[in-house]
Design a protein around this ligand. Sequence first.
Ligand code: GLN
Length: 534
Amino acid sequence: MSGVGKGIATASIGQILEAEGYKVNPIKVDPYLNVDAGTMNPTEHGEVFVLRSGLETDQDMGNYERFMNLDLSAGDYITSGMVYKHVIEKERNLGYGGKCVEAIPHITGEITRRILNAAEANGSEVSLVEIGGTVGDYQNIMFIEAARVLRIKNPDDVIFILVSYLPMPSTIGEMKTRPTQNAVRQLNSYGVQPDFIIARSTVPLDQKRKEKIAISCNVRAENVISAPDIKSVYDVPLNFAKDKIGETLISTLKLQPKKKKEGLTKWRQFVNKISNADKEVKIAVIGKYFDSGDFVFSDAYVSVIEAIKFSAYNKGARPKLDWLNAKDFENAILKAAVLKKYHGILVPGGFGESGIEGKLLAIEYARKNKIPYLGLCYGMQLMVVEYARNVLGLKEANTSEINPMSPDKVIDIMPDQKKKMEDKDYGGSMRLGMYEAVLKEATIARKAYGVNKIEERHRHRYEVNPDYIERLEEAGLVFSGTSPDGTLMEIAELSKKVHPFFLGTQFHPEFQARPLAPHPLFDAFIAAALNSQK
Ligand code: GLN
């Protein structure tokens, strides 16, 4: 079922096989009809993760990239929407030569074609295909059917892994295997027999239950993997390794053992840093995609959170992240009382009007009180708006996203983007994916990256308005990163002489932060935050 940890399980298996020396390619299959994840509300679906190519995908793709330390390509993400769109367009172009086009075999055929293409394009030895949704759903049935056919055609090369949940009702106090048995029966009715079962639960699986699952679900006991809840998702690969999942997968798939093995040593060192972190660094994240009923929903910012963690652990600190709703800062007294206790303030990406004035007040507070500030995309644009209003004195300065009538649209839409909006061409049409930026000498950004040319991932429609650049620079704002032709502002910062760390990026650095390779700008932000405690 969703939320049970299929993404982390897939990423962890991938990492273990990688550590054994294989070239692994994870592929995510999402059953929804959206062509990509770009049009979905993050409050409901979580973060939209942007690939190098600019494809807007599900947050699981981020987990794969982080766990496996690789860059995925557009072909590694498949949605029902993409598949149906392709088949229908092909039909309209007479691509099926007069045949009756049907879900089976044409939709299933398109699914397998994409899976095989992705594997081939990446030259991988093992592909891991995660099928989203729940066994028994109507939505993912085509994908399960495609997988069945793939297995029939390649009996020795395809195996099935079921990630199942074993509830432990508090009134009974013991783990229940029955839902897993029923899930397997349901899968059997589709013609699929799992080879492995990953048993998710609050506690580890005991031998008795392992055997019970094995007998009742028709799998070998050593292929039942215990996957208890743990403190950090980064423990999962190490936990899986205890159950020897790598060795068992290798022998089941009859893979040739590799001579050159990376092993999980580096990963272990990273996980040890988490438990050894003894300082605390308090960061306020000011956003709006938190409220989901009664609980704080931080899934919308998962890459940002992880990027902060990697840099903090790397510096021996444990991050304490607080989610502050931008709307709460519209009251000045409250604002100061709340914000002064943080070592760093971060405004992540976002869209639309809600909470905007609150974010601006928090940015102003960070600037005036010299609290390290990192602004990501919207957080950079609002940093420019705040500077224009309070330093340049352009009281009505704004982004045209919020006020198209503002006399000073310091952040404005580009002409090509404007046309797309007029044509209602919203899907996959922002400035997306990897773009180069050049860095100015003797700036925080240049020093942090250590190079003068970088590549980062984007997802936005608005840009710093070129008409205001000169005035902003004269007033002290430094555009330390620009597009190579100098027209687009990529990084804005204040000189270290006036503020310890006040920096915003038009791009999303969080998409390239990895546990084994923390992001240089997050490193610099956390270093400044830790420094502010002294
Ligand atoms: N809403 C802004 C834009 O479209 C910022 C987008 C973002 O933060 N990802 O440019």
